[in-house]
Design a protein around this ligand. Structure first.
Ligand SMILES: Cc1cc2nc3c(=O)[nH]c(=O)nc-3n(C[C@H](O)[C@H](O)[C@H](O)COP(=O)(O)OP(=O)(O)OC[C@H]3O[C@@H](n4cnc5c(N)ncnc54)[C@H](O)[C@@H]3O)c2cc1C
Length: 379
């Protein structure tokens, strides 16, 4: 079904992620989940294996590829069974694209190669304590004084924010509304930048999620991306990729939950027969498989359009909503079919159930996606 999109180069990436996960992730994952952090050295190991660089231009240390190479890599990392690991390790993929899209050559050379090499960590700071969905209403200010912007405000829910070296940050340099929004790369070593809190969460436990504070934080004007007032458009453009990535996380986790549940249901017996011996269980499994296939097929079709150079904003929003909803439903049934074991930490479906809940909230909620779809459909 999906083979027409893929060739042996995609299979090779899948295999190399599998090998990496087996060697570097699986033996330690439960420990990282309990500690609510994976070790920093995983960035360098992932970089050495070429995973961080995939999809970035060669002149900044990247490895150029097509959209499906990245998609397959993401799918396979999700199969490790921890979206916290995926979100943390790949926060660069929401932080660097705006630099690549609107940054100067000097900024690209300065910020991108160290992150792709696993030496520096990059995060994206848009959300604030008082505004998430309404991005145009962010309140963090950046006032130009000589050769610096003086930044004051706060960000919250920032993935990798506790240990990021650079935060691609949405700030207000102008008046109200989206026209006043700009993007600044703020280095965490800047005086006035502090990690105010590490947020404890329902899922994504292996990733750190931060509340950040900026108090008279003096950021050189050379760190402004694009011109003043160009931030909002760059943020919206960035969302497209992030949203499809979240859809990929959704169906990949749902697929894993289905596979684990099928295995379990074949082995677990009740009333003298395996769970698959009950029609109701078989039908649940069939519904799970069907939903995964439909979500995955649609995401592949949308990815193919992006690969062809289109900007399918409506379809990306639909893909996010559909695949994330599938993840919720499939993971719910996975826990249900595991019975009490589905509620136990040692079973992966328990983590998948928690980890997938964020997908319909982050990167634009289900309701915001529906508003976008309604607008583009003229409803
Ligand atoms: C684990 C985690 C990681 C995250 N990582 C990052 C990150 O790295 N960087 C970053 O910047 N942010 C990050 N976020 C923030 C995330 O993107 C926001 O939580 C999300 O955009 C929603 O914003 P909010 O929480 O302020 O909710 P709100 O905007 O307050 O929304 C609350 C509810 O109201 C609904 N609502 C709001 N507006 C409308 C409307 N117009 N119509 C209908 N319903 C509406 C929403 O759909 C939602 O159900 C992360 C969040 C989490 C939990």
């Amino acid at each position: 079904m999906y083979e027409s999109y893929l060739d042996e180069t995609h299979t090779a990436i899948r295999e190399s992620v599998r090998t990496f996960v087996k060697r570097e992730v699986e033996p330690y994952l439960d420990e990282w989940e309990d500690a609510e952090l994976f070790p920093r050295e995983i960035y360098t190991k992932a970089a050495e294996a070429g995973f961080l660089a995939l999809g970035y231009p060669e002149q900044y240390g990247g490895v150029e590829c097509d959209y499906f190479h990245r998609l397959v890599q993401a799918e396979e990392f999700c199969k490790a069974g921890s979206l916290g690991l995926v979100a943390g390790l790949f926060s660069l993929n929401i932080a660097l694209p705006p630099i690549l899209a609107v940054g100067s050559e000097e900024q690209k050379q300065r910020f991108i190669p160290p992150v792709l090499a696993g030496e520096k960590i990059a995060a994206l700071g848009i959300t604030e304590p008082n505004t998430g969905s309404d991005v145009a209403n962010i309140q963090t200010t950046a006032v130009r004084v000589g050769n610096h912007y003086v930044v004051n405000g706060a960000k919250t829910f920032i993935t990798s924010g506790c240990r990021a070296d650079y935060v691609t940050t949405a700030v207000r340099t102008g008046g109200p509304g989206h026209e006043g929004v700009s993007l600044l790369v703020i280095e965490s070593s800047t005086p006035g930048f502090t990690v105010a809190n590490k947020i404890r969460k329902m899922g994504w436990n292996a990733s750190d999620t931060a509340e950040l504070s900026f108090v008279d934080c003096r950021v050189p004007v050379e760190n402004l991306l694009g011109g003043e007032g160009q931030g909002f458009q760059a943020i919206m453009h960035n969302f497209m990729d992030e949203r499809l990535s979240m859809a990929v996380m959704g169906y990949a986790c749902a697929e894993l939950a289905y596979e684990l549940t099928l295995d379990y249901a074949r082995q677990r017996e009740a009333f003298g027969r395996p769970l698959t011996g009950f029609q109701v269980s078989r039908h649940k499994l069939v519904d799970m498989a069907t939903q995964v296939q439909v979500a995955k097929s649609f995401c592949y079709a949308v990815a193919a359009r992006i690969q062809a150079g289109d900007m399918p904003i409506t379809e990306v929003s639909m893909a996010k909503n559909f695949a994330c909803d599938v993840a919720d439903k499939v993971c719910y049934e996975a826990v249900q079919l595991h019975g009490g074991y589905g509620y136990a930490r040692e079973y992966t479906v328990e983590r998948l159930y928690r980890d997938t809940r964020i997908l319909s909230l982050g990167g634009g909620t289900t309701e915001i996606m529906k508003e976008i779809i309604a607008k583009y459909l003229g409803i």
